[in-house]
Design a protein around this ligand. Structure first.
Ligand code: 4AD
Ligand code: MG
Length: 505
């Protein structure tokens, strides 16, 4: 048996000779296009692999491997390759190309990859390939979500999404938070809003075991009780925080709310930090620092993609009437958020501003400002951030009646220590609060809201054994990705959106 020596992985990049044998090179010994484009092209031999974006004049292949939106231009010298091979270089065919890099003679790119060997890894029938090398609408691409990552827009969006997710972990890791994996299947409704997807293995054909009153008997179900997909990891997160001090979750959450809007998903990802020894103000400070941190990370690491998305947004907004366009470009907006503190006002102040606004006086709100106690609609939130303050706003101390049972009751007897962060163009991006740590107050509130104590005995134990002031919040990850990428529909920032009536792919 002949044992081959593994090649020096750098050999090909250091040699100036294109004639180095590639015979022993492992299949995936390739350079990513993003790395390749950083090199000074002076005859190095390299191998790239990717998908054909376009093939012009039987000579120029724009090859993309997903590491960047910038394609490498592969130059196919006339007469050097078989016609049969060239015919197979079609849009979205996958190729392995070896060649040498040289400064490009053409405009628009820094280097050419002059091909010495081309291998077709996978053919792509140009007649049948669903995406044409032209601009498609976002709606059309949503129906082709399995292929839309191969477009520039979605390439940029999902690389930025990745960077933001990475930055989330980096931020909390640097602060010493413990990453906690809370369960996906639960028996509790953390938000008490009843918007849950049921989880059951009982038959759906009417033969499920029933109680005497005709309701389904979940004692016979898989978990011996009725269960659902989690709407929030917060309650379990509080158990972690009251042991580790500071934890965060980052996972999928599910809401069966029938909201067909550009900001709602039935399955979305949420980041929920929970901190012991922390009050409402500490909570707001952390949320603001966190949002700025992850934006800064994307600005520093994904500049090219963000600039692409900024241009895309500018183009898209040209279709809109002047007063509907953003005042700031995407990059300027992000810079503004980094360089300015969020506005902090109470719910009560917000109601006053809304009531006194010209917008209200001219009856331009679809939902009337009825006064203190009303729940804010997204048009009200957006008025505050986009028209009045023109920056992110943290609203605090909401009426207890419109908030969840676990929020800390303020001394005024009518508000709770809640906070929402509202972002321009998005509306609510964060919801959080200081938690009610006083057992008697908490159980009294649960009684009022008809939440049975027996179901949350484990949650109440944290208040029985060494209770502490604590607080936390939830950031809707997709809304954050929307804010940073400027994508107006939430369906375009998650790989495979789940929304009412739609769960394809
Ligand atoms: O305001 P919410 O419902 O708060 C909670 O779930 C708390 N347990 C969080 C906590 O204090 N730990 O949801 C938090 C955030 C919202 O501000 C919003 O950004 C996002 O989650 N969100 C959604 N995102 C997409 N689609 C939906 N249907 C969403 N519902 C909430
Ligand atoms: Mg909320």
């Amino acid at each position: 048996m002949v044992t081959k020596m593994l090649p020096d992985p750098l050999a090909d990049f250091t040699t100036h000779s294109p004639s180095v044998s590639l015979r022993f090179i492992m299949f995936n010994q390739r350079i990513k296009v993003s790395e390749l484009l950083k090199l000074d092209p002076n005859g190095q031999s390299v191998t790239v692999m990717g998908w054909v974006r376009t093939f012009r004049n039987n000579q120029f292949i724009a090859l993309n491997d997903g590491s960047t939106n910038t394609n490498i231009q592969v130059v196919v010298e006339l007469g050097k390759f078989d016609d049969a091979l060239l015919k197979r270089i079609t849009t979205s065919a996958s190729l392995k190309v070896t060649g040498v890099i040289e400064p490009s003679l053409g405009k628009g790119q820094k280097m050419d990859l002059k091909a010495t060997a081309i291998e077709i890894l996978g053919d792509s029938d140009a007649e049948k390939y669903p995406l044409q090398p032209k601009k498609h609408s976002l709606e059309f691409l949503r129906e082709k979500a399995h292929l839309r990552f191969r477009t520039n827009t979605f390439g940029a969006v999902f690389r930025v999404r990745h960077a933001l997710a990475f930055a989330v972990h980096k931020f909390f890791n640097e602060k010493g938070f413990v990453y906690m994996h809370t369960p996906i299947i639960t028996a509790s409704d953390a938000e008490g809003a009843g918007e849950m997807f049921r989880v059951t293995t009982l038959p759906m054909d009417g033969t499920a075991p029933k109680n005497e009153d005709g309701s389904i008997n979940h004692k016979e179900d898989f978990f011996g009780r009725s269960t659902n997909l989690t709407v929030s990891g917060q309650l379990e997160g509080e158990l972690g925080a009251t042991a580790f001090g500071e934890i965060y979750t980052f996972g999928p959450t599910f809401r069966a709310e029938n909201s067909n809007t550009a900001r709602h998903l039935a399955e979305f990802w949420m980041i929920e930090p929970e901190m012991a020894f922390c009050d409402l103000e500490d909570n707001m400070n952390l949320a603001e620092e966190f949002i700025q941190y992850i934006i800064r990370y994307a600005m520093e690491n994904n500049r090219e993609d963000l600039e692409f998305l900024a241009t895309r947004l500018e183009e898209e907004e040209k279709q809109l009437p002047q007063d509907k366009r953003s005042e700031l470009g995407l990059i300027e907006k992000l810079e503004f958020v980094l360089n300015n503190q969020f506005e902090r006002i109470t719910y009560t102040e917000a109601i006053d501003i809304l009531r006194e606004s010209n917008h209200n006086k001219k009856k331009k709100f679809q939902y009337e400002i009825t006064g203190w106690g009303m729940d804010l609609q997204s048009e009200h939130e957006r008025y505050l951030v986009e028209k009045h303050f023109k920056k992110p706003v943290i609203l605090s101390n909401y009426p207890a009646a419109i908030k969840a049972f676990y929020m800390r009751q303020n001394e005024d007897g009518k508000t709770v220590a809640a906070m929402d962060i509202l972002a321009p163009g998005i509306g609510e991006i964060v919801g959080g609060s200081q938690r009610e740590e006083r057992l008697d107050r908490l159980t009294a509130r649960m009684k009022e809201m008809q939440i049975p104590e027996e179901e949350l005995w484990w949650y109440l134990d944290t208040r029985r054994f060494g209770t502490v002031p604590h607080a936390g919040f939830g950031l809707g990850f997709e809304r954050m990705v929307q804010f940073v990428t400027g994508m107006s529909n939430i369906r375009d920032v998650i790989a495979f959106p789940r929304t009412p009536g739609s769960a394809e792919f």
